[in-house]
Ligand binder design. Structure first.
Ligand code: FES
Length: 105
């Protein structure tokens, strides 16, 4: 059964930034681009480093792993370049009023 879990208020995450949260045991990288929020698994599928410590590529809507440079789509969770080959999880984000929530299963 899916759950909506509160992560932060809208104004706690500036556009162009990414932050790590733990929701229901899931490590999540929450990114904001303008007024859109994206949530993907925080652990790189290549070697388990934290994606939220990498660079947010705003124009591409991707998150770059700081360790070896794979980039992951914020939309699909799929890597867009090597060395990672496996997708990371993607989570639906719901904004209700000022509250940003992620949907976990
Ligand atoms: S740990 Fe992320 S690309 Fe290697």
């Amino acid at each position: 059964m899916s759950k909506k879990i509160y992560l932060c208020d809208i104004n706690e995450l500036q556009s162009g930034t990414v932050q790590k949260f733990i929701a229901d045991g899931n490590e999540i990288a929450l990114a904001r681009i303008d007024n859109d929020f994206y949530a993907i698994g925080d652990r790189c599928s290549h070697a388990n480093y934290s994606l939220s410590e990498g660079e947010l590529l705003v124009g591409e809507k991707e998150l770059e792993c700081w360790k070896h440079g794979s980039t992951f789509s914020l939309i699909s969770g799929k890597p867009t370049c090597l060395p990672a080959t496996k997708a990371v999880p993607v989570y639906d984000v719901v904004v209700e009023g000022d509250r940003v929530m992620v949907v976990t299963s």
